[in-house]
Ligand binder design. Structure first.
Ligand SMILES: [Zn+2]
Length: 342
């Protein structure tokens, strides 16, 4: 059997909707990056709607929302369930609350992380971030490009709602009379929530499982010895009990079938990249030196910051498993990785 995901629907235009399962509508919204779109989902919920994720804080996205809500009969948008704190998912939760009284549902860790990110302090202190990148090899004149690449959470997100309804792993609730279950995963963000409806065999996977691109898995400067790739791959076990024919509604690319094959592919894909990273570190290497080995394509400013985090996540996985050691060079202050026992 082919491991390629199967896509039953053609792509949508921005602002267009399509009913992809009974009472569940796929809505595609624009994003101002190389990754140029995000999928949101509207679920019929009695007299109104529950939406999953909200889109980026952009005037074009807001205009599409206004249009969609009107087209759908001005029914109340009762709640927004946000999979994780990243601006393309959470961006308009504050605006929806202001305009439509929409309640925010999120895991507590993601909601706290969103508030912390909003302050640009601690976890999103850009200078702390640049210091971390310097230690991993970038030079002074690349710092500006990285600084531009990491952007500004506060500009990309409307004010984070001050109240939340918490969801948690294995928690259940109803939307429109059907039961949904929460599956929390890690690696991409602290407590990412995916949603599964057993009756419909539909999984809204967020960024945790994507069919074509691979989810960014980055070591974060606030947790400089973190092992997010391990969290990510271990999270797959929380999806393997789902039926093979379950229909997956992801945040990027098109809805697809082939969840279990995709999980196997992603596991193997990261193992291949781990092997490349291991083989590259026969002599001490910085994370910066690993980037062109892992990423053959040209990267823009936004992507190089992701690429650095991704290179580090592979190196740290190898450190945890005992294949590599991480050392801080006293001479130049740089962090390098080399084979253990060498
Ligand atoms: Zn994300």
């Amino acid at each position: 059997m082919s491991s390629e995901p199967r896509y039953p629907h053609e792509d949508l235009e921005y602002g267009e909707t399509l009913e992809v399962a009974p009472g569940i509508f796929w809505l595609k919204m624009p994003l101002p990056f190389a990754l140029d779109h995000i999928n949101l989902y509207l679920i019929e919920d009695g007299e109104g709607w529950t939406v999953v994720d909200t889109g980026w804080n952009g005037d074009d996205v807001k205009a599409h929302w206004v249009d969609v809500i009107k087209r759908f009969g001005d029914r109340p948008v009762k709640r927004a369930i946000v999979t994780h704190f990243h601006p393309d998912h959470l961006g308009l939760a504050g605006w929806l609350r202001e305009e439509y009284g929409t309640a925010l549902w999120m895991t507590y860790g993601e909601w706290l992380q969103a508030h912390l990110a909003w302050t640009q302090d601690v976890t999103h202190d850009v200078e702390g971030w640049m210091q971390f990148f310097r230690k991993n090899g970038i030079d002074e004149h690349s710092v500006d490009a990285y600084r531009a690449g990491v952007g500004n959470f506060g500009r990309w997100t409307t004010p984070v709602p001050p109240r939340v309804r918490r969801i948690w792993h294995n928690g259940e609730f109803e939307i429109g009379g059907r039961k949904w279950q929460v599956i929390v995963g890690g690696g991409h963000s602290p407590e990412h929530a995916s949603l599964y409806c057993p009756e419909l065999k539909v999984l809204i996977s967020g960024d945790q499982v994507l069919p074509r691109i691979t989810t960014n898995i980055s070591v974060w400067f606030a947790e400089p010895e973190g092992d997010p790739l391990r969290h990510f791959v271990e999270s797959f076990d929380r999806f393997r009990h789902l039926p093979g024919e379950c229909f997956v509604l992801p945040s990027h690319n098109r809805p697809f079938y082939g969840l279990l094959e995709r999980l196997d592919y992603l596991r193997d894909h990261h193992r291949e990249r781990l092997d490349i990273a291991r083989d590259f570190c026969t002599e001490p290497r910085t994370a910066l030196e690993l980037i062109p080995v892992l990423f053959k394509r040209e990267l823009d400013n936004h992507q190089i910051a992701f690429a650095m985090g991704e290179a580090l996540s592979h190196l740290h996985y190898l450190v945890t498993e005992g294949t590599l050691v991480r050392m801080e060079d006293e001479a130049d202050g740089l962090i390098r990785y080399r084979r253990a026992g060498g």
